[in-house]
Design a protein around this ligand. Structure first.
Ligand SMILES: [Zn+2]
Length: 157
């Protein structure tokens, strides 16, 4: 992992630690089989045009993204995160389409906070801004999006 993405992870941890006590995890094997919420930190290495389900054709700038999600069903966080890490799957959520082009560089796990609290905390980062209206938030009444672009970081060539 590049140093600058490490700094980004530190910033994300600081923002999330307060509202949603949890931890960053890089090892899929260590993710608990419990219900909870998470922030998926993604790196998109180049600009991409991506068809995202009903949201249609979208342009994504290269850089880092934070996606807030929750896993309340059977299998909990471990099976949901395993799904995000896996490439072979039937696309179901908006994030599946972006994930096909982006790498997962870390995930924040919490057994306490909600996905909306996570989205809110990511929004509070000084250089973050909503990436795509409605992304991951079709059923959400409080957030306009669950995908934040974590700008202000440069990528290694
Ligand atoms: Zn929400």
């Amino acid at each position: 992992m590049d140093l600058r993405s490490k700094n980004l992870i530190d910033d994300v941890q600081q923002a999330l630690r307060v509202c949603c006590p949890g931890e960053i995890c890089y090892d899929i094997e260590k993710i608990p089989n419990l219900p909870g919420s998470y922030a998926l930190i993604l790196a998109l290495w180049q600009d991409c045009d991506i068809e995202v389900g009903r949201l249609g054709h979208l342009h994504f700038k290269s850089g880092f993204y934070g996606y807030a999600g929750s896993a309340k069903g059977a299998g909990g966080l471990s099976s949901r995160l395993a799904r995000h890490y896996r490439h072979e799957k039937a696309f179901r959520w908006h994030i599946d389409y972006l994930r096909a082009y982006a790498d997962v560089i870390g995930v924040w796990l919490t057994l306490k906070g909600s996905e909306c609290e996570i989205a809110d905390a990511l929004k509070g980062l000084p250089t973050a801004y909503p990436a795509v209206p409605g992304f991951g938030a079709s059923d959400c009444r409080t957030c306009d999006t669950h995908l934040l672009r974590l700008a202000g970081m440069t990528l290694v060539d």
